[in-house]
Design a protein around this ligand. Structure first.
Ligand code: ZN
Length: 697
């Protein structure tokens, strides 16, 4: 591990922040970022740092202060404001208290803020306050955990780090740990740092550089010690990786369905999850090692991983992932989790207070790992923590060691620890009824409007259209707000192989699919007498066969998943009130409409609802013109002797409400069905401002 301290960067940071916040806090900010930007040291808000200095109160009087990292800040991007100033003298006196409940401790600590707008200080604040040194750094470094989380860890750490380090057995973070750290320090005041077993490393110094340097040096010693005892990692073959992906694509929808939780709500009976696969040659080799199950089917590395990873992963041996075994294994996992909470709380945690029983990590030898989250960002956090977990546990396995994590009682104490729960709430919580949507014809006017509405509603969205500039620009536009919840799927709905490949792409990315919006469509203007059969067939292929291919493929997928779903077809008012010269469009859309009605009949037993939205002409959506109207508009205008604006006004004036129908109106109607506002299937909702001729009957 490299010491990345740079005198120039430190000076730059002082130039930026020393005048407003003082030099110690400027350097504290710099060194904290160095720690935070190395994932082998600190992950996702883990780790914390502090500096002791002076705060000037309202009257300009100096007050001795502890500036300690506030929760909610990430060390990698921390600003000076990320360290909250607290009354140091008061905090130090708290050491004389014999004991203190952690909730009370946190309330009191919060009450000692010198800046009333300061963010909530870290739950490890008192540990920083009780140590006498000016700068304190605390990390959960991989290399330290590799040694501290195995049998005989204290001996290994002593060999690796030497005599100038204190080694403290596990103590539940909070008041008791802060006191234990201070007492251990008093017994060996000239030490450079302290390892907290099953937790991490604390270092200190009179300067930011000294404390950071001690952190890097001690972690480097641990790394060198491990490297000398670690055989190289083996890799699975490329063929094994390809086979793993093929297996995963088969398995993912069933796994996702099994992980979905019954919500108890009749309209939205499932709380679903997003699956993020992690499949590569390294993890395949690790999962194939003999005895690795005993190493990996164990509690997390540190207590702050618990809230994201749960106490244990779900291990699915190759045979278990087949057939009914999968659902049974998930059920057993849920029951074991419920039993663990009941056992440890002795009935003190009610069902409503209990976290959900769904695993966040599934380990599948021969396939890889699957990270589970209520949304993709949460699954990504799980993946980052799992990466650290596998680095550490994998190294212990290869060293021939025996992993030793928190025991069950300590796991429970931390998982159901008030401040941790608050952290989870800050992170957005879990358990959303998250849907994965696929929409065809996404790059058009109506399609892009629907995409934005689905994203705004929190869905994960696969926007599909023919490959090209329209789809590319839509992806860029949607990612600006939807981020990782958006993917583009280039798909030709007339080609069953292309449809299958597109759906596979969504399954590989997020694990499955819940909502299909059938929006791709073509129009053509011609009287029957002059109709070219080729033109008719072109519409037939997109409007009818395209609908069929998707209903076929998605129907199979929803059946495998077994957790319901929704289909919304963008129909048209022409199904009910066809227009002259519009035979190809009206007839093929009527066929698609009829297919959707059949799908409503066939898919109802699967808990899948199929509904139709029938708009009148939508001309554009912002800058996106309707491709359909680009095709038929000029003919319509000529036929009626109108210009473009006149044509739009004509459509507006022919409905009862004199309403201009927009893409977002259509999107709202899609959402009405997709969010299941009423128990409907096989229903058509006209979005046309009121056209008596086109009322469904
Ligand atoms: Zn910690």
């Amino acid at each position: 591990m490299q010491n990345r301290w740079s005198a120039q960067e430190a000076a730059d940071m002082c130039a930026r922040y020393a005048e407003s916040h003082g030099e110690p806090l400027a350097l504290r900010t710099y060194a904290s970022r160095l720690l935070g930007s190395d994932p082998a040291l600190v992950l996702h808000g883990g780790g914390n740092t502090s500096v002791k200095g002076v705060w000037h109160d309202l009257f300009g009087e100096p007050v001795a202060a502890l500036f300690v990292k506030a929760s909610g800040w990430d060390l990698a991007q921390i600003l000076p404001e990320g360290h909250t100033p607290l009354r140091l003298d008061f905090l130090r006196r708290m050491r004389d208290l014999p004991a203190l409940a952690d909730e009370t401790m946190l309330q009191i600590v919060r009450g000692q803020r010198l800046d009333p707008e300061g963010a909530t200080p870290s739950i490890e604040t008192l540990l920083h306050a009780f140590l006498p040194h000016t700068f304190i750094d605390h990390s959960h470094a991989d290399a330290i955990l590799t040694l501290s989380n195995q049998e005989g860890g204290a001996t290994l750490l002593r060999q690796a780090l030497g005599e100038e380090v204190i080694i403290l057995p596990y103590v539940h973070p909070g008041f008791a740990l802060a006191k234990a750290v201070a007492e251990a320090h008093d017994r060996a005041p000239h030490s450079r740092g302290m390892v907290l077993l099953q937790h991490g490393l604390v270092t200190w110094g009179e300067t930011a550089q000294e404390s950071y340097g001690a952190m890097i040096e001690l972690v480097s010693r641990a790394e060198a010690f491990i490297a000398a005892r670690l055989p190289g990692a083996s890799l699975a073959s490329a063929a094994a990786e390809a086979a793993a992906w093929a297996r995963y694509r088969q398995l993912a929808p069933r796994l996702r369905g099994a992980l979905a939780m019954a919500s108890g709500c009749a309209d939205q009976p499932f709380d679903r999850f997003i699956l993020l696969p992690w499949i590569d040659q390294e993890i395949l080799a690790l999962l194939a090692q003999e005895g690795v199950r005993e190493t990996l089917l164990t509690p997390p590395l540190t207590s702050d991983h618990l809230i994201r990873l749960k106490p244990l992963p779900l291990w699915l041996a190759e045979g278990e992932a087949q057939g009914d075994g999968l659902a049974g294994a998930v059920q057993d996992y849920r029951q074991a989790y419920i039993d663990y909470v009941a056992r440890q709380s002795q009935g003190g945690v009610s069902e409503a207070e209990r976290y959900d029983s769904t695993p966040r990590v599934v380990l599948l030898p021969g396939v890889g790992a699957v990270c589970v989250g209520a949304e993709v960002a949460e699954a990504e956090r799980v993946r980052d923590l799992l990466a650290a977990t596998l680095r550490v546990k994998g190294a212990i396995q290869r060293m021939g060691g025996r992993y030793q994590g928190l025991n069950e009682a300590d796991c429970f104490a931390m998982e159901y620890y008030g401040p941790q729960r608050a952290k989870l709430a800050l992170g957005g919580g879990t358990g959303g009824k998250r849907q994965i949507a696929l929409i065809t014809g996404a790059a058009g006017a109506i399609g892009s409007g629907i995409c934005r509405a689905l994203l705004a509603h929190g869905m994960h969205l696969a926007a599909s259209d023919l490959p090209g500039a329209g789809l590319d620009s839509l992806l860029t536009e949607l990612q600006a707000t939807g981020g990782a919840r958006v993917m583009a799927v280039a798909m030709d709905v007339t080609d069953p192989a292309s449809v299958a490949a597109g759906i596979e792409q969504v399954v590989a990315r997020w694990g499955g699919l819940d909502l299909l919006v059938l929006n791709a469509g073509l129009a053509h203007v011609s009287a029957l007498e002059t109709m070219q059969v080729e033109a008719f067939q072109r519409l037939q292929r997109v409007n009818v066969e395209g609908t069929l291919h998707l209903l076929t493929a998605v129907g199979k997928l929803l059946r495998q998943q077994g957790s319901g779903g929704d289909v919304v077809l963008i129909s048209t008012k022409n199904v009910f009130a066809p227009g002259a010269q519009f035979g190809a469009y009206s007839a093929t859309k009527a066929a698609a409409h009829q297919l959707a009605r059949i799908a409503a009949l066939e898919m109802a037993p699967l808990g899948v609802r199929v509904n139709m939205v029938a708009p009148d002409g939508v001309f554009s959506d912002g800058d996106r013109p309707s491709g359909l109207w680009a095709e038929v508009g000029p003919d319509r205008m000529r036929a009626r002797g109108l210009d473009a604006a006149g044509l739009e006004a004509y459509y507006q004036n022919r409905n009862l409400l004199k309403a201009r129908v927009t893409a977002s109106h259509v999107a709202n109607a899609v959402l009405y069905f997709a969010t299941r506002q009423a128990p409907c299937t096989g229903v058509t909702l006209p979005v046309d401002g009121g056209l008596p001729d086109a009322t469904p009957r």
